[in-house]
Structures are given as C-alpha cells and as structure tokens.
Design a protein around this ligand. Sequence first.
Ligand code: HSE
Length: 434
Amino acid sequence: MKPVNIGICGLGTVGSGVFNVMQRNRAEINARAGHDIRVTHVGARRDNPACDLSQVIVERDVLNVAKAPDVDVVVELIGGCDIAKTLVLEAINHGKHVITANKALIALHGNEIFQAASEKNVGVYYEAAVAGGIPVIKAIREGLAANSIQWVAGIINGTGNYILSEMRDHGRSFEDALADAQALGYAEADPSFDVDGIDACHKLAILASLAFAIPLQFDKAFIEGIRHVETQDVENAEELGYRIKHLGIAKRVDSGVELRVHPTLVPDKRLLANVDGVMNAVLIQADAVGPTLYYGPGAGSEPTASSVIADIVDLVRVMDVEPHLRVPSLAFHPGLLKEDQIVEQSDIETANYLRLQVIDELGVMSAITQILSGKGINIQAMMQKEPKEGESTVSLIILTNKVKESSLQAAISEIEELRAVEGKVTQIRMESLN
Ligand code: HSE
C-alpha cells in the first residue's frame, strides 16, 4: 500500500484525539483507505502528555509542517483565524491537501481557501467543522445529492444546548451551567462565541452553502444568543407544550435564503426538542427524501477526531483522481454557486412568544391586544401568571401567529411605551418544524 504522510498541527483536545485514534485504529483505517496512512509530523508549541510523540517529527513552528516536502496532508487543528489561516494557505501553496475542524476559518475565509485549493488542485475537507462527530456535511454533500433541500434546522452548539437543558431540567442558572460546560471542555476559548450564537452561525453558514449552492455568507446572517432567555421562559414554554432550543435555521423561500440563529420555541413532541445536553442534531427537509435527522456528539476529543479521520480516508481514496472528479468542497461545482439573496431579518415571518411584565389593572390587556391587532398580528394563545409574592406586576405571555418581523418590532416598541408595561418585552421566535 502506498504510504500517505500526515502532519497534524495543533495537539490540543482534538489534535490529541486524532493522533491517538489514528494509532489505535490504524489497521482498519488503512484497510478502508487502501493506503498506509502515517502520522509523520506534529506541529505544536508544546507536547501533549496524552500522545507518544517518539516516532514523529515534532515542529514547534507549524509552518514547517506546511513546507515539509514529505508531508502529503496537513491537518489543521489549531482553531481561530490567525495562524490557522496562514498555515492552511501555506500548505495549499506547497501543494498539500488540507483537513481542518475549524468552523470559523471555513465560515469566514472558506471562499478564498477553496479558490486557492482549486488553483493548486488540492482538496480541503472540513467535516469536523460542523456538529463535531456527526457526518452531516457528507450527508448533505453526497447522501442528499438527489434532493432539492427546503430547509435545515440544527442544534449546532453543544454548550448552548447544555445550558438550556440544565435550566429546564434542574432550574440552574445560566452562569452555573456555562461554568460546567467549560469544565467539560465543550465551550469555545471565548465562551461568548457559544452563548451569543457566533459559533452556531459559523456552522450554519457552512450548512447553508452546502444545502443551497450559495457562497459562504456568515456576515449576512441574523444572530441572537441565549443570554436573554430566563428560567421563567423555559418554564412557560414547557407549560405551553414547547421547549426552547437554540437553533440555526437556513431556509429557501421565494425571496432568497433565510439565514438565522436564535433561541426558538419548538413543539415538545418534535425529536429536535428532545435533543438534550451537549448533543447536536440537524434536521433537514428535502423534497425527495422528506425529513432526515442527524444526531450525535457535537464536540469532544474523539468524536471530533472521528470526523477528521473520516476526511483523511475520503481524501486519501481520491488523491490520485482528476481534481474535477472529486466531490466539490461546497457540494456544487464552484462555477455553479449562485449569489442568492440572504433575506433581511425584518422581512422574515415567524410565530412568536412574547413575555411582558405588566401592572395588573383594568384595560391593560385590551391596550396590548389593540396594538397587536392594529399591526395585523393574530394572537394564538395568551396566559397571565399569578403575581409573585410582594410583586405588583404580573407576567403576561402571548403567542402570536406568523407575523413579519418588522411588524412585530413596531408593535413591541408601542407596547413598551404603555405606562402599565414594565421594562422590555422578551421575544422568542417559534418554529413548528413540520
Ligand atoms: N463550542 C462548541 C460547542 C464546540 O459547544 O458546540 C464544538 O464546535
């Protein structure tokens, strides 16, 4: 079997997982790939005690791995967009194939990286960038190739899902649950990427390109995190037959493609509503197959290594094939990607959960419903909570029918001006996922 030399750059959680799984399962991996795949180089600023590096060349400067003449494939597991981008472009420039788990890098610089790779006839694979160990990129790119995809909805940030699950199951605070997710190694170096929806949006931008034949367009997405979701919202949702999930949604509509990440009320009977803890799941609605659901661990050392190594095997199988016969990086041949319009958030239509804190007096309900009906917003359900002890205000929960976001925002502004309404209105969008 022809040997293929791999250089792993970055020996943290994922890098050490790749290194060790490659050694442990080497015979099976080679039998699948039809080549002898060897990790010959490691680029890392420091050793990782979890890895025996005695048989490999260790470079402290990762760029030396990109330049090493005997390395065939560079595996980028550093993260971030600084050194990682330089490394990937340098590796491509030196004619190496690249595998990366870096969602930010692909979402923000993928268009440039794929172009550079195509000019050098090398492949760039990135299965581990979305939903960790779930082979969802391969599923969209290859398994669903017959279909016209209608929408994709995913729980694609394990940390956010863990926090929401803990709030619901144990009434824990947001901060407590986040600290746990960090200790478990799921959170990003900057956890605001998790709780403010940026990490999920990196992944959504990639899924949308694969599903809808559009270039990567992270900067046009609507992003809302989970910081404003309170335990009372999680409990109210439960009472109304819903669960709150932080979803990435990409949907083809007449005016273009919707690209949005936000907390969402999902009917509690949906499978997606029952994905708990750090697990990820992606639900895809496509015209021929109908709905398909992909579930599994979205992060972690060996689950992510599983996807990285699957990419290595895929790549090695086609390394000697004419470049135009390989599976295209974004599922569609690059010349056929369309600059479809990303729909402005103000034009998007969803049903909504609204929570208001109001003074319990005559005419308040009527003033609020008049504002809503004046904007053509139909109320689907309404619930008034008992005032908490010692409080003079009550919580009012309203579920609206589908409404254009701009109309709802106008109504919310008017409602917040009412004397009897205290503070801001909490809005959480709803999706039936039918
Ligand atoms: N911080 C990410 C998450 C890790 O929580 O899902 C995997 O991308």
